[in-house]
Design a protein around this ligand. Structure first.
Ligand code: ZN
Length: 349
């Protein structure tokens, strides 16, 4: 599995490295053009014309009467998988196809369209973006290009604003970097419609209920419930076999979100953006998260240092039993203990 290191690169360090690489490669001449390099410089203009290669077909699998999934095998982006690291779901309704998360590039979105067309001749009539991490929405470009710029793309307000802002373009360039430019040509197409918790949207014979209960994996995680199928797409609030990025998230918020979602939606097939869906996904991932959170909270309350908290987390059976098989565990567990410890400190003082 690929190194998860790129996920810890800050925007500033990324820009600096790119600048340094270009400057070092071209010597004095490059220094003259270095000022042009960046989101508005020639590097991006070049990217607008050069497209990375197509992504190999991944036939869609039916999960329920209306819902299909284009499954992402890997949890992290590499040049080999070309950024195919998040599931693309689609709902075939009598009125057309509704896509939930559009993939991590133009090329992945194009592949998803090919897979949809193998299942149904109906057009895509709406796209939902679960949150602002680029592996879930950079494929919007393909859908807007194919079905027209009027295609409704729905998200929570926070997600829409982040994608419209610097975060959108940052994700575009990060994905290019992680895939060694395989996603070149992808443009940021932000959501153009806003949804909120409790909203019901009807598409033909299918009703979709919107869920959002505060900060979880990010401050704006949308879960989409496909009412007739008792299936809910949960984005990244829970993962089957991958440790979640929690840089903008909250442990406490995660437990609260799960409780509110369960109360509102009832028993569901919970389908994550990474890995397989299951009816006990919130239960199993929630136990793992509690195995990180509770020892950290205890350590903070006892005045013990972070190293003590980390040892307790690694010894916790809820964490230990997942450690050897979970994608990204070794590279990320230290960071997520730190985040839990920090959040516990804030809570305690
Ligand atoms: Zn995410």
């Amino acid at each position: 599995m690929a190194s998860t290191q790129p996920f810890s690169l800050s925007p500033a360090s990324l820009q600096r490295r790119r600048w340094l690489r270009l400057a070092a490669g071209g010597g004095a001449a490059a220094l003259g053009v270095a000022a042009l390099v960046g989101p508005t410089g020639w590097a991006q203009q070049l990217g607008d014309f050069i497209e990375g290669p197509p992504v190999r077909d991944i036939p869609a699998r039916q999960l329920s009467p209306h819902v299909w999934m284009v499954f992402a095998q890997d949890g992290f982006p590499t040049p080999q998988n070309q950024g195919m690291m998040a599931n693309v779901l689609f709902v075939v309704t009598s009125a057309g196809v509704v896509v939930i998360d559009s993939g991590g590039s133009l090329q992945i979105g194009q592949m998803a369209i090919r897979m949809i067309r193998k299942v149904t001749p109906l057009p895509v009539i709406a796209v939902f973006n679960s949150h602002y991490h680029g592996d879930h929405w950079l494929g919007n470009h393909a859908f807007a290009a194919h079905y027209g710029p009027q295609l409704p793309i729905y998200a929570l307000t926070g997600t829409r604003e982040k994608i419209q802002g610097a975060e959108g373009n940052l994700w575009r360039s990060l994905m290019e970097r992680w895939t060694n430019q395989a996603t070149l040509g992808t443009q940021v197409v932000a959501p153009n419609q806003t949804v909120h918790n409790g909203q019901v949207l009807n598409f033909g014979d299918v009703s979709l209920v919107m869920h959002h209960y505060g900060t979880c994996h990010t401050p704006s995680d949308l879960c989409v419930q496909v009412v007739q199928d008792r299936l809910t797409a949960v984005g990244d609030i829970a993962m089957a076999n991958r440790i979640a990025n929690l840089d903008d998230g909250s442990y406490e918020g995660t437990f609260k979100y799960y409780q509110a979602l369960r109360t509102s939606a009832g028993a569901q097939l919970w389908v994550p953006g990474h890995g397989e869906g299951s009816t006990d996904l919130l239960q199993t991932y929630g136990e793992f998260m509690a195995g990180i959170w509770e020892p950290c909270l205890k350590a903070v309350q006892a005045g013990a240092p972070e190293s003590t908290a980390k040892a307790a987390v690694l010894a916790d059976r809820r964490v230990a039993r997942r450690a050897t098989t979970m994608q990204g565990f070794d590279g990320n567990i230290g960071k997520y203990v730190s985040l839990a410890y920090l959040e516990a400190e804030k809570l305690a003082f």
